[in-house]
Design a protein around this ligand. Structure first.
Ligand code: NAI
Ligand code: MG
Length: 352
C-alpha cells in the first residue's frame, strides 16, 4: 500500500515539529510494510509575504488529490490576525468538509500534569468539536469603526446537519470507548443554538441506548475538566467552546506541546487534516525547544485515519515512551532538541 500525504509545515515551529513527526511516520510505515509518499506544500506566512497569496483554487485541488494532510501551524506576527488562520486553516476545514475536530486529552504515563491529582488513570477523554460553524463562519460587520458608536456584529450559525454529523460521530466514539457522552454548551444563555444542540443530542442519543449522556455548561467545564477529568469520556461541543476547552485540556495533559488533533471528514469525501492543537509559537520559533509530541501524535491519528491502525498504535506508543523519559516537556530544559526528539521517536518505532 502507498499513501499520498500532503505536508504543510507552515510557520514558526510548524515546519520543525512536522519534520520530526514525519520521521516517526516513515519509520512506522517501514515497520508495518506500507509506504508514504509525502509532498511538501509551501503555504503560510512566508509565502503570503512573498506573493500576497494565502490559498488559491489550484492548491485546494492539488491537496484534494491526497489521502490525508499533515499540517504544522500557521500564523505570524508580521501578518494581520486572521489572514492565515481564517484564510488557510478555516478555509481548508470548510473546503474539505472536515466537520468534526477530534482532540484527545490523555495524560501519558510518566508525564506530570500541572494539575494536582490528575493521573494517567483518570485523564483519558476526547473533545469532539464541531469544526465549520458557530461563531467561526466569519459573517458579520463592524460599523462606525473607530468611533464611539462602533458596533460589531459577529454571526453564529448552527445547522441541524452539521450538528447532527458531529453528534453522531461523538456517540459512535463514546460507544466504542467507555459509553459516556457529555454535551458542553451554554444552553442557559444561548437559547437558539443551545436548544438545537441539546435536541440533537437527545434525538441521536435514542439510537445509542448503551451510551449515557449528560450536559455541562462551558463555563462550569473550565472547573470540572482540570479538577475531575475522570468524569468525562467523550465531550461534544461547538466550534468556539471546543477551541477553548481543548486548550484547557492540553494544559491538563502536560501542555500544548503534547496535544494532538484531527480535522476529520466523516464522510470520506475529501482528505482529513491532522494538526497539533498548538499554533506557530513565535516566542520559541527557531530555538529548537518545541516539543514535537503533539505533531507526532497527530501523525499517529493520521495513520489511524488511513486505516493503518497498527502503525498508529506503534507511533503513539513510541511517542509516549520518549515523553516518559524527558526531564521537562518544553523549553531549554527539555534535554533534547525538536529534531533529536524526532529521531528518538523514529528509533523507538523501530525497536518497540
Ligand atoms: P501557540 O499555541 O502558538 O503558543 C502558545 C504557547 O505555547 C507559547 O508560549 C508557545 O511557546 C507554547 N507552545 C506551543 N506549542 C509548543 C510546543 N510544541 N512545544 C513547546 N511549547 C509550545 O499560540 P499563540 O501564541 O496564541 O499563537 C501563535 C500563532 O499561531 C498566532 O498567529 C495564532 O493565530 C496561530 N495559531 C495557529 C493555529 C493553527 O495553525 N491551527 C492554532 C493556534 C494558534
Ligand atoms: Mg485553538
Amino acid at each position: 500500500n502507498a499513501y499520498k500525504l500532503a505536508v504543510v509545515g507552515g510557520d514558526g515551529i510548524g515546519p520543525d515539529v512536522t519534520r520530526a513527526a514525519l520521521a516517526g511516520v516513515h519509520a512506522a510505515a517501514a515497520r508495518c510494510g506500507f509506504s508514504i509518499e509525502a509532498t511538501d506544500f509551501d503555504l503560510g506566512a512566508e509565502r503570503y509575504l512573498r506573493t500576497g497569496v494565502v490559498l488559491e483554487e489550484e492548491t485546494v485541488s492539488a491537496l484534494r488529490e491526497h489521502d490525508a494532510i499533515l499540517l504544522g501551524a500557521v500564523g505570524d506576527p508580521r501578518v494581520a490576525p486572521g489572514i492565515l488562520e481564517r484564510g488557510l486553516i478555516v478555509a481548508l476545514r470548510v473546503a474539505f468538509a472536515q466537520s468534526v475536530n477530534i482532540r484527545p486529552v490523555r495524560l501519558y504515563p510518566g508525564v506530570e500534569s500541572p494539575v494536582r491529582g490528575v493521573t494517567a488513570q483518570n485523564c483519558d477523554l476526547v473533545v469532539i468539536r464541531e469544526n465549520t460553524e458557530g461563531l467561526y463562519t466569519g459573517g458579520g460587520s463592524l460599523s462606525h469603526a473607530g468611533t464611539e458608536h462602533a458596533v460589531a456584529l459577529q454571526n453564529s450559525i448552527t445547522t441541524a446537519a452539521a450538528t447532527a454529523e458531529t453528534v453522531e460521530f461523538a456517540f459512535q466514539l463514546a460507544q466504542a470507548r467507555r459509553g459516556r457522552l457529555t454535551l458542553c454548551h451554554k444552553t442557559n444563555i444561548l437559547l437558539h443554538a443551545g436548544g438545537l444542540w441539546q435536541d440533537t443530542v437527545d434525538q441521536i442519543g435514542q439510537r445509542y441506548p448503551q451510551v449515557e449522556h449528560d450536559y455541562v455548561h462551558a463555563d462550569a467545564m473550565c472547573q470540572h475538566l482540570p479538577l475531575d477529568p475522570g468524569r468525562f469520556d467523550v465531550v461534544v461541543t461547538d466550534n468556539l467552546f471546543g477551541d477553548i476547552i481543548s486548550d484547557l485540556g492540553a494544559t491538563v495533559q502536560g501542555g500544548l506541546g503534547l496535544a494532538a488533533g484531527a480535522n476529520y471528514n466523516p464522510r470520506g469525501t475529501a482528505p482529513s487534516m491532522y494538526e497539533p492543537v498548538h499554533g506557530s509559537a513565535p516566542d520559541i520559533a527557531g530555538k529548537g525547544w518545541a516539543n514535537p509530541a503533539a505533531a507526532a501524535l497527530s501523525a499517529a491519528m493520521c495513520l489511524a485515519g488511513l486505516g493503518e491502525r497498527t502503525a498508529a498504535l506503534i507511533l503513539e506508543a513510541a511517542v509516549a515512551s520518549v515523553l516518559a523519559e524527558l526531564p521537562s516537556l518544553a523549553g531549554p530544559d527539555m534535554g533534547r532538541s525538536t529534531e533529536e526528539l524526532g529521531e528518538l521517536i523514529a528509533d523507538r518505532v523501530s525497536s518497540i
